[in-house]
Design a protein around this ligand. Sequence first.
Ligand SMILES: Cc1ncc(COP(=O)(O)O)c(C=O)c1O
Length: 320
Amino acid sequence: MIDLRSDTLTKPTPEMLAAMAAAEVGDEQYREDPTVNELQRRMAELLGHEAALFVPTATMANQIALRAQTTPGAKLLAEERTHVMVYELGGPAIHSGLVMQARPGDAGRLTPEQIEQEPELGRGGIVVLENTHRSSGGRIWPVEDFRAAVDAVHDRGAKLHLDGARLFNASVGAGLEPSDWARHADSVTICFSKGLCCPLGAVVVGTAEMIEGKGWESKFLFGGAMRQAGVLAAAALYALDNLVDRLAEDHERARRIDSDAETNFVAFEDAPGLQERLRQRGMLVGNLRPGWLRAVTYNGITDDDADAAAAILEAERVAA
Ligand SMILES: Cc1ncc(COP(=O)(O)O)c(C=O)c1O
C-alpha cells in the first residue's frame, strides 16, 4: 500500500534517533535544557526574530502566537481554508476571545485590498497567513504578494502571524530563505513533525518581549512547560542540519504524480467512492478540502511509489 495521506506519517530516521539518544538535556522550565535553548536560538536567528519557544505542536504554537499578541474581543482575519480557521476547532475564540473572520482567497492568499477593507481590523487585530498553504495544495506565497499583504496588515495597525508549519517546503520550493517571508511577520510557527520527520515538536518565534511574556504565560495555560525536552529538540536540530534540502526530493516526487505540484502536495478532485477505489488499487490519499483530495509525498516515498501512484490515478481517470 502506498500511503500518501499526509507528511505527518514521516518517522524519525535512525540517525535522528541516535541524535536524540545522545542529546544533552536539562529541565526546560528552568531554561536549563541546553538542546532546547540551542534550537530556540537557532530558529530565532534563522527566521530573523529575537526569540523562540519550543512547544509540542504547531497548533499550540499558533494558539500561543494569537493569544500573546491580542486581547479578547479583537478580530482574527484569515483566508477561509487556513488551518487555524478550519482545523483548530475555534481555538482562537476559545483561548483568546478572538472574533474569527474568514474570507475567500485564491491559493489561500488574502489580498491587500481585502485587508484594507476588513471592518474592525485595527490596532489589536491579527491576521494569519499560511505558507505553504495546506488546503490549496501546498501552494507557496510569492514573496512580493506576501510582503504587500503584510504591509497592508501593518498599515491597519494589526499584527501578522505566519503559520509556516511547512515554511521549509516553501523555501526549498521557491529557492529562497525561510526568513524571506518570516522576517516580515510579527510571529511565525514552524512544525518539525511533517516533512522534517521529527516525532513531534514546533516553535513559535517573535519578539523577546512577546515570547518571554505572554508567550510563556500562554504555554503554561495551554498545558505547561516540558522537562527534558532536549531529546525532541535534538531531533529538530538534526532535521535542520540534514533533512531540509531533501524536501526537494519530496517535491520532485510530487511532480512525478502531477507536474503542477508546487511542493509536496498533489491536489485532485474527489468523486463518489474515489478514495475507496484508490485504496483497492493500492494507494491511500487524504482529504484536502471539500470536493478535493490530496496525495502527499514525504521521506520514505520513493520514485517507484510516485510512479505507481501516478499510474493508479491515471487508471482511475481512464475508468471514470
Ligand atoms: C498549515 C498547518 N498549520 C498547523 C498545523 C498543525 O500542526 P500540528 O498537527 O503539529 O498541531 C498543520 C497540520 O497539519 C498545518 O497543516
